[in-house]
Design a protein around this ligand. Structure first.
Ligand SMILES: [Zn+2]
Length: 83
């Protein structure tokens, strides 16, 4: 991996270039930051989905309830694991 600014070779653990001081930008960083959902938001959304799923199930819409359950349960789990 090379510095985008001066072309110096960077070590994997470097946070900035040792030659020119430019901050190291790893390709995955921006994507990972965008993908990260605050745990509390994930738990809230997941809980809402589960609540709607329960209501749908009570009204006989089992298929829709199952879909919402599949979306909501992982959200809650991920949120709880991160938080
Ligand atoms: Zn550099």
């Amino acid at each position: 991996m090379k510095c985008l600014s001066c072309g110096a070779i960077l070590r994997p653990q470097d946070h900035q270039c040792r030659r020119c001081g430019r901050a190291v930008q790893r390709p995955g960083d921006a994507v990972a930051r965008k993908m990260t959902l605050p745990p509390r938001v994930a738990v809230t959304c997941g809980t809402l989905l589960l609540a709607v799923a329960a209501v749908l199930f009570l009204y006989g819409a089992g298929a829709f309830a199952a879909v919402l359950l599949c979306l909501g349960a992982p959200l809650v789990l991920v949120g709880l694991l991160m938080g």
